[in-house]
Design a protein around this ligand. Structure first.
Ligand SMILES: NC(=O)c1ccc[n+]([C@@H]2O[C@H](COP(=O)([O-])OP(=O)(O)OC[C@H]3O[C@@H](n4cnc5c(N)ncnc54)[C@H](OP(=O)(O)O)[C@@H]3O)[C@@H](O)[C@H]2O)c1
Length: 209
């Protein structure tokens, strides 16, 4: 069955549900998860909520430059943030440059590549970490922050959450950065946003915006 739901109508309902669950009067930031389906309808509803003061900033996720430009030119508000897969094996250099030009804040999801590709066992990252007496996780977060990228590492362990905050007392050198630059595969570890099968799969997600 085709998913032809209007996101304009359902966004307010899901937004109000989230606000109630969080027991808040407004949200600081609200994102569209994927550039599929009626995201224009969702964006227009989000613009209204922004004007009503119910959301302080609105943004998107997984929008590559072509989709992001399309959204920007056809709407009033430029997304404050675009959250995209960004880690040592996928640097998103072109997206980063484009977002800077457009005034959209780059935010990284999967900063540790969710542990894929043996990221925590990578020899280059281990040697840089040893030099700075830091962990691989801290080197990766420091590298992202030095690039001006907002980062949202996920951990369920208290000691790792503390470790992941403790990155503001060292800096990576040009040589460190060059070594990390060489790790870029220029490809997603998860999915391609240019693949029609991905668009089809996302079309079957019923609850996503
Ligand atoms: N917008 C999107 O489409 C999208 C897609 C995916 C994810 N996200 C978001 O991105 C954020 C990042 O989460 P993520 O799960 O994707 O990936 P991630 O942060 O790259 O990786 C999380 C993994 O790293 C481990 N980890 C965390 N800190 C560590 C440390 N200091 N040392 C060793 N291992 C460590 C975690 O294990 P423990 O938990 O056991 O510590 C977990 O297995 C989340 O908020 C998620 O919701 C967004």
């Amino acid at each position: 069955m085709k998913n032809i739901n209007s996101k304009y109508a359902c966004l307010r309902v899901t937004f109000t549900k989230s606000l109630n669950k969080l027991q808040l009067d407004y949200l600081d930031l609200y994102l569209i998860h994927q550039p599929f389906g009626d995201y224009y309808g969702a964006w227009r509803a989000m613009e209204e909520l922004y004007h009503e003061g119910k959301i302080k900033a609105i943004g998107v996720s997984n929008f590559l430059p072509d989709r992001l430009m399309d959204l920007i030119v056809h709407n009033e508000i430029v997304p404050a943030v675009n959250q995209i897969e960004t880690h040592p094996f996928y640097h998103q250099t072109e997206s980063a440059t484009f977002m800077k030009e457009q005034g959209v804040q780059h935010q990284s999801w999967a900063p540790f590549a969710e542990g894929l590709n043996n990221m925590f066992g990578n020899e280059v990252l281990i040697s840089i970490a040893a030099k700075h007496r830091k962990s691989v996780a801290q080197v990766v977060l420091c590298w992202l922050v030095q690039r001006g990228i907002v980062v949202i590492p996920k951990s369920v362990k208290k000691e790792r959450i503390v470790e992941n905050f403790n990155i503001f007392d060292f800096e990576l050198s040009t040589e460190d950065i060059e070594q990390i630059t060489a790790l870029d595969t220029r490809k997603s570890l998860f999915l391609s946003y240019h693949d029609p099968e991905v668009a089809k799969m996302m079309g079957n997600w019923k609850i996503d915006l």
